[in-house]
Design a binder for this molecule. Structure first.
Ligand code: HEM
Length: 403
């Protein structure tokens, strides 16, 4: 839905390659810009407007996330909602609060503490075991897409024999911009499949995320089947795709900065800093949308009520007012919170899970292989808009004998 390739009339270059020079220019000259990076021919007619605005600097993007009654997200109901059903992303106020409280129960800290050693670490270890003696691999195919897929399937409590189907449907659903028909058909198939999983748990409860969603209750209120199934579908782009892309970005950045890769390998205490810097420097989801519910002033510019807003988190994450030398990838930099997990009421529900998964992936790799080296060709680079990541990561390595 969102691409910079269609907007040449507004001087927007192709942003699928390296968008950061353009972002830097806009952040300085036009942090609150009347124009869009969204591809309008993919927008439903009722959402099209002449008032399109984009926010590029950290302060504006941060403020927009916080002021959720002014920068509303209900238009998601007419975009991704058409495919996923009504989701938490398009809700606001009490409805959002109640719904988020219910689904949060399935992602509570105590569950995460148990998942890390029991589910996530073993999945990542097994994946790297599968390739460690090969001497070479495409880490995107072998690891970065596969580990969040297997983790998501395991946390949901899906049977092992369904993994292959789940992998295929997940891939088709998140590739919907490349193949709309396959994406829609995957969405329908997943809906039927998830309904069956919910029905099974209504008969016999299980200890997994779908079971928790079925059981969750606040003041006697439970989630409807429709709400559970929409939420489960949303987890694929929101949880699986973002994690697969951000972990690919981090591996690419470490492999192309060998001294920083060596530092993290030698001192695992640096892993959290490396994860945050990777997500700041190469924001996996660069743009999100909002609509204004009243006139609002930012940086002395008035954005009218009813405007379609793009929040450019990718540009905000390299704001020189917030970070020294923001265009450099540096895991040792003084840490300040980035905005890749959004902010305010819609801030990412799965950010802790994403961090735990990415840490597990790095630990499994570092425990099992050494001399990791990228063997790139011209197409080994981070690309895409609004999601960005490398399409492949061809590497060579040696197995660590004692692993
Ligand atoms: C590095 C990985 C991730 C990134 C960069 C990311 C980013 C984001 C962003 C930017 C939003 C806000 C979208 C908006 O307001 O328009 C969001 C919301 C959300 N994320 Fe994540 N996410 C990641 C991982 C995950 C994971 C692993 C899960 C799985 C539980 C997840 C579940 C959600 C949900 C359910 C929401 C909606 C929250 C709400 O509307 O209240 N995310 N995420």
């Amino acid at each position: 839905m969102t691409l910079g390739t269609d907007s040449h009339d507004q001087g927007v270059p192709d942003l699928t390659g390296d968008p950061y020079e353009y972002f830097a220019k806009m952040r300085k000259a036009n942090p609150v810009w009347r124009g869009t990076l969204m591809e309008s021919d993919l927008m439903p007619a009722e959402l099209k407007t002449d008032e399109n605005w984009t926010l590029f600097d950290f302060e504006s993007v941060f403020t927009a996330f916080r002021e959720d009654t002014v920068f509303a997200s209900e238009m998601y109901n007419q975009t991704i909602g058409l495919m996923f059903g009504p989701t938490i992303l398009g809700m606001h106020g009490k409805q959002h609060h109640d719904h988020r409280s219910l689904v949060s129960k399935a992602f509570r800290q105590s569950a995460l503490n148990a998942w890390e050693p029991e589910v996530i670490d073993p999945i990542c270890d097994r994946l790297v075991d599968e390739i460690k003696n090969d001497g070479h691999a495409d880490l995107v195919k072998a690891v970065t897409f596969e580990f969040p897929t297997r983790v998501t399937a395991a946390l949901l409590g899906l049977p092992e024999e369904d993994l292959e189907m789940f992998r295929r449907l997940s891939f088709d659903l998140i590739s919907i911009m490349d193949d709309i028909e396959a994406g829609f058909s995957a969405s329908v198939e997943l809906g039927t499949y998830f309904q069956d999983q919910v029905d099974q748990r209504r008969r016999t409860m299980t200890n997994d995320v779908i079971g928790d969603l079925v059981a969750a209750e606040i003041d006697g209120e439970k989630l409807t089947d429709e709400a559970i199934i929409s939420f489960l579908r949303l987890l694929l782009p929101a949880g699986l795709e973002t994690t697969y892309r951000s972990s690919g970005n981090l591996l690419y950045l470490l492999l192309t900065h060998p001294e920083q890769l060596a530092a993290v390998q030698q001192n695992r205490a640096l892993i959290p800093a490396a994860i945050e810097e990777g997500i700041r420097y190469e924001t996996p989801l660069v743009l999100v949308a909002r609509n204004t519910t009243r006139d609002v002033e930012m940086h002395g510019v008035t954005i009218p009520k009813g405007a379609a807003i793009t929040l450019c988190m990718g540009a905000a994450n390299r704001d020189e007012k917030r970070w020294d030398d923001p265009e450099t990838f540096d895991i040792h930099r003084q840490r300040r919170a980035h905005i890749s997990f959004a902010g305010g009421i819609h801030s990412c529900l799965g950010m802790h899970l994403a961090r735990v998964e990415t840490k597990a992936m790095l630990n499994s790799l570092f425990d099992r292989v050494t001399d990791l080296e990228l063997v790139p060709d011209d197409s080994t680079k981070i690309v895409g808009m609004p999601f960005r990541s490398p399409e492949k990561l061809p590497v060579t390595f040696r197995p660590l004998q004692d692993a």
